[in-house]
Design a protein around this ligand. Structure first.
Ligand SMILES: Cc1cc2nc3c(=O)[nH]c(=O)nc-3n(C[C@H](O)[C@H](O)[C@H](O)COP(=O)(O)OP(=O)(O)OC[C@H]3O[C@@H](n4cnc5c(N)ncnc54)[C@H](O)[C@@H]3O)c2cc1C
Length: 484
């Protein structure tokens, strides 16, 4: 089938106004959040139902035209890149934005793939519940994208990644069949874990159209603090202590070192440094009180969970494991603390050229990773500057380097140094038992790392799965798996 015929068929099916072929109409889908991967697509198609997605995929399959699924396009690894030859269809899920049901007694929400994360938050909040996946892109990213990247964010320490929040999935396979895995069950041992295969697959095995997601009780009070510590290992000590005191209710434990805070305050002069000046190691921590006992407002107006935190921090201050601490007294102060952490991506991309590495290591190896990189980095790029942050409670370091802050090298030299540096970052993480890719997916950005670092047998199994489910290589081709 000629591509013009294919697009005509799709237009007949979903309406011509949902098949965008003009460059101007395609533009907002073709540029991703990183501005590094500019696509030129054959068309952007916007189906509104699972049946429409299935028929579009069937038609594309018959015409052997590749499909790139697009959610909020906030991915950081080039997963929505549709090439530059105008031969791939971008399939936007944005019109599949219905919340099909909220079941409060069984604590779940059934939603379509195009529901924006913030909308899920609001829908849960209306029932005094939470959908606990939280990060800076929540106003744009969509459930299907979250599942396809197995997104993490700030609350993984308590609630797990997107995978842990998912009970069931609906997927359109490469040939257009609809696979119904919309289980609402907490236990369902019926063969291979197919749901998990599609989570984190970045659209390379099929298109997620809907999911059953878990909801959690809404914390009735938060204890939030910025803490200055002598080093990262002291922070880990504090985390474990707070987990014991709060019955594992630490929701976030976010590391911000001196250099990050310094650049943050330069960029946003109105923000207040919590300790007057940037400190070597600071952590934004938050405990969510879901039990009435912890959320109790006492006669003096204090809240039990905040008293618990204050007392623990007092003891740590006395022992020298904490150097200083500020507890948020109200929601305004809490929000101000979070704004300092959530500006991380904006700070990271302030300068080019840059390296954005997203590694994870075992929790007790974060300090070692950072110390080793402090030795390696100046040997590779003496004048480089780091603006790291970390989801410290998950051992996930966003190791960010501004490679040439003074603009002294050519683009080719910087590219060579960046390639050299990423292999050292990966090797350092791997030697500590870590991973080169924690939460942002592989896309095209980390395909070389995948070839270098992933177990070859695991890669071969992945290729077999891809071949079995998508023998024509039409589902988001060229992503995740290294080129053969
Ligand atoms: C400011 C900022 C902060 C961020 N913070 C975090 C963070 O803390 N933690 C984190 O994990 N990520 C973070 N991200 C990355 C990003 O927001 C997440 O990866 C998010 O889950 C992507 O969702 P999306 O809808 O934008 O997906 P997209 O970018 O549209 O797509 C991502 C990948 O999923 C595929 N895909 C999309 N929808 C579907 C579908 N329905 N079926 C099959 N495949 C599909 C795409 O083809 C692509 O490969 C951040 C990004 C920004 C810009």
């Amino acid at each position: 089938m000629h591509t013009a015929q294919l697009l005509q068929h799709i237009s007949d099916l979903i309406g011509a106004k949902h098949v965008l072929t003009h460059a101007e109409a395609r533009q907002r889908y073709e540029e991703d959040a990183t501005h590094q991967y500019q696509s030129t697509a054959l068309a952007v198609v916007r189906p509104a139902s699972t049946a429409e997605v299935a028929t579009v995929v069937k038609l594309a399959h018959a015409a052997k035209v590749p499909i790139v699924p697009v959610g909020g396009n906030t991915g950081l690894s080039g997963g929505t890149w549709a090439g530059s030859s105008g031969q791939q269809i971008m399939l936007s899920l944005e019109r599949m934005n219905q919340i099909r049901a909220i079941k409060t007694d069984s604590r779940m929400i059934i939603a379509e793939a195009g529901v924006v994360l913030d909308t899920l938050h609001q829908a849960a909040a209306a029932h005094d519940l939470i959908f606990p996946l939280i990060f800076g892109a929540r106003g744009s990213c969509m459930l299907g994208g979250n599942l396809s990247t197995n997104a993490g964010g700030s609350n993984v320490v308590r609630y797990g990644n997107t995978r842990e929040l998912c009970l069931g999935l609906e997927v359109v396979l490469a040939d257009g069949q609809i696979m119904n895995l919309m289980s609402e069950l907490r236990k369902d041992n019926t063969g291979y874990a197919l749901k998990d295969l599609f989570i984190g697959a970045e659209g390379t095995l099929g298109i997620i159209t809907a999911a059953v997601m878990k909801l959690h009780p809404k914390p009735q009070a938060y204890a939030t603090a910025m803490v200055s510590l002598p080093d990262v290992n002291s922070a880990l000590h504090l985390l474990n202590h707070l987990q014991e005191l709060s019955n594992n209710a630490v929701e976030a434990f976010e590391y911000m070192p001196h250099n990050y805070t310094r650049r943050l305050l330069e960029r946003f002069p109105a923000m207040q440094a919590p300790f007057g000046e940037p400190v070597e190691v600071s952590v934004l921590l938050e405990i969510g009180a879901t039990s009435a006992r912890d959320a109790t407002v006492n006669a003096d107006g204090s809240i039990t969970i905040m008293n618990t935190l204050e007392q623990a921090l007092g003891e740590y201050l006395a022992s020298g494991l904490v150097l200083d601490a500020v507890i948020a007294k109200n929601e305004t102060q809490r929000r101000a603390m979070w704004e300092q952490r959530e500006a991380a991506y904006e700070i990271a991309v302030m300068r080019e050229p840059r390296l954005l590495a997203d590694v994870s290591v075992p929790l007790d190896c974060v300090q070692s990773f950072l110390e080793q990189m402090q030795v390696h980095l100046p040997n590779i790029v003496p004048e480089a500057e780091t603006v790291n942050v970390a989801h410290l409670g998950d051992g996930n370091v966003h190791y960010t380097v501004w490679l040439d802050p003074n603009g002294i090298r050519s683009a080719a030299q910087n590219k060579q140094l960046k390639d050299e540096l990423i292999t050292v970052v990966e090797a350092t993480a791997q030697a500590l038992g870590g991973s080169f890719s924690a939460e942002h997916g592989i896309g095209v950005y980390k395909k070389d790392s995948m070839a270098r670092r992933k177990d070859p047998v695991a890669l071969s199994v992945m290729r077999s799965i891809k071949q079995a489910l998508d023998p024509l290589n039409l589902m988001n081709p060229g992503k995740v798996l290294p080129d053969a």
